[in-house]
Design a protein around this ligand. Structure first.
Ligand code: ATP
Ligand code: MG
Length: 406
C-alpha cells in the first residue's frame, strides 16, 4: 500500500482533547503542521459520559488543528483508554505443510489468526493482537520467521480487548463530526511509542502515563509488549484531595497544585516549612499542599507496581519506570519514584518530531505524538481499520441506495 503523506491523531483525554496533524516521510518521521487543543467535557476517567458535550470538545479541537494547518481532516488515529480495557497473553500455533517447509507471510497471518481464536465475550471487542515473539520447531526468540525453514510455527501474542459500548460511544462522537477512524489505539501503547527507547523496551521497563482521569500502564520486556492496564486514578484525584484537604474550590486547588505543588518539597528561601502561599485570595501552607500531593502520588506509584503480574519487578523491569502524562510535570516525581522503586525513574517527554512542536514538548502530549508515530508505522494494518473499511463500504452502499430512493 502507498503511504499517505498526512496523518491526524485525536487524543480524547479527560482534561483536554488534542488533534495533531502531521506530514509523514517514507521512513516514518513526522513533521507536525497543526495542533488543536480544546478543554474536554463529557468525559470521566477516560470514558465518554455525555456524547453531545464530548462531540463539541472534539469538534473544537479538530477545527483548531484544521485552521492551523489549512488541512481538512477526513480520518484520524484515535486513542482509547478506560478501566474497561483488559489484556492477556495468548499463544497461536500452525503447521508448515508445504514441501519446502519455508515460512511465508501467509503463515504469519494464519498463526496470528490462530492466536486470536480465544473466546471474547459478545460485549467486548479485540483492539490489538500484537505478536511478542515467534518460535520455529520450539526454537524461541525468533523476531521475523519469514524465510526460515520449519515444521511448526508458534507465536506469543498480547491481546487487548475493550468494552464494545465504550468504544462505540467514542467512535460515534468522532464520526458525527465527519471524521472517520483510521484505527483505535490503546493510549499507553501510543505514549510508549513517543517516549520509550528501544533499549528500555529490550531490558524491561514500565511506562506510566499519569493524565487527568487515568493512569495508563504498559510494560515492555525483550523488545515487546508484556502487560497493559489502566488505573482509574490520576491528576484529578490529586486536585480533589487538595481541594477537600485544604478547603479550597476545585479550580483554585488545581492552580495551587500546578504552580506550587511538589512531591519532594524544597524549602529554599522559606524560613519555616509552613510558609503560607496564596492564590486567588486563598492562603494555605506550602508543606500541607506538598504532603497531600505526595501521599496520593506515592499511592499511585505503589498501585502501578501492584498492577504488575509479578512481584519481583527488579528482575522484570531493570530499566525502571518512565513517567509521562500531564501529572508527570509534578516537581520531584522522579526522585520520589526512585525512593520507592530503587530503580531508574525518568520523565518521558515526546521528542521524535519536527515542525510546529513547541506545545507538544510536554509529557501531557505523549499520547498525541505517539498516535501519529503508531499511525506512521502501522498504516493499513489496524484491526479496527479492516472492520472500518467494511463500515465505510456499507455507508457507501447505503448512500448509493438512498440516491435511488429519492
Ligand atoms: N505542572 C503540573 N503539575 C502537576 N500537575 C499537572 C501539571 N501540569 C498538568 N498537570 C496535571 O495533568 C493532568 C492532565 O494531564 P493530561 O493532559 O495528560 O490528561 P488527559 O490526557 O486529559 O487525561 P487522561 O489521559 O487521564 O484521560 C491534570 O490533572 C493536571 O492537573
Ligand atoms: Mg491522556
Amino acid at each position: 500500500m502507498r503511504r499517505r503523506t498526512t496523518l491526524t491523531s485525536i487524543d480524547v483525554g479527560t482534561t483536554k482533547v488534542c488533534t495533531t496533524i502531521a506530514d509523514v516521510d517514507e521512513w516514518g518521521g513526522i513533521r507536525v503542521i497543526g495542533v488543536g487543543v480544546a478543554p474536554s467535557s463529557g468525559l470521566h476517567k477516560g470514558l465518554v459520559v455525555n456524547i453531545n458535550d464530548a462531540k463539541e470538545s472534539i469538534h473544537e479541537s479538530v477545527k483548531k488543528a484544521e485552521q492551523a494547518s489549512d488541512y481538512k481532516v477526513e480520518s484520524a488515529y484515535v486513542g482509547v483508554t478506560g478501566r474497561h480495557i483488559t489484556s492477556m497473553n495468548n499463544r497461536g500455533v500452525v503447521a508448515i505443510t508445504r514441501n519446502d517447509r519455508l515460512v511465508r507471510s501467509d503463515d504469519l497471518r494464519r498463526v496470528l489468526a490462530s492466536a486470536q481464536s480465544v473466546k471474547v465475550p459478545s460485549d467486548r471487542k479485540m483492539l490489538h493482537v500484537i505478536p511478542r515473539g515467534y518460535a520455529i520447531d520450539g526454537q524461541v526468540g525468533v523476531r521475523n520467521p519469514v524465510g526460515m525453514h520449519g515444521f511448526r510455527l508458534d507465536v506469543e501474542t498480547h491481546i487487548i480487548t475493550a468494552a464494545t459500548a465504550s468504544v462505540q460511544n467514542l467512535v460515534k462522537c468522532i464520526r458525527s463530526i465527519g471524521v472517520d477512524i483510521d484505527d483505535l489505539v490503546l493510549e499507553p501503547l501510543a505514549s510508549s511509542a513517543a517516549v520509550l527507547t528501544e533499549d528500555e523496551k529490550q531490558v524491561g521497563v514500565i511506562l506510566a502515563d499519569i493524565g487527568g482521569g487515568t493512569t495508563d500502564i504498559a510494560v515492555f520486556k525483550e523488545g515487546s509488549i508484556w502487560h497493559t492496564s489502566i488505573l482509574p486514578v490520576a491528576g484529578y484525584q490529586l486536585t480533589r484531595d487538595v481541594a477537600i484537604g485544604l478547603g479550597l474550590p476545585f479550580d483554585v486547588a488545581e492552580e495551587m497544585k500546578k504552580r506550587y505543588g511538589s512531591v519532594m518539597p524544597v524549602y529554599e528561601g522559606k524560613t519555616e516549612t509552613t510558609s503560607p502561599i496564596s492564590e486567588d485570595g486563598h492562603g494555605i501552607s506550602y508543606q500541607d499542599l506538598c504532603d497531600i500531593i505526595r501521599a496520593r502520588v506515592e499511592e499511585i506509584i505503589r498501585l502501578i507496581l501492584l498492577e504488575l503480574p509479578r512481584s519481583e519487578y527488579e528482575t522484570l523491569v531493570p530499566a525502571g519506570l518512565v513517567l509521562t502524562g500531564g501529572s508527570a510535570n509534578l516537581s520531584g516525581i522522579e526522585a520520589l519514584g526512585r525512593d520507592i522503586l530503587h530503580l531508574p525513574v525518568r520523565v518521558g517527554t515526546p521528542t521524535h518530531m519536527h515542525g510546529i512542536t513547541d506545545i507538544l514538548r510536554d509529557p501531557a502530549y505523549a499520547t498525541s505524538v505517539g498516535l501519529l508515530l503508531w499511525g506512521a508505522k502501522h498504516e493499513g494494518n489496524g484491526l479496527w481499520q479492516s472492520r472500518g473499511f467494511g463500515m465505510r463500504l456499507r455507508h457507501l452502499v447505503f448512500r448509493i441506495k438512498n440516491l435511488f430512493h429519492q
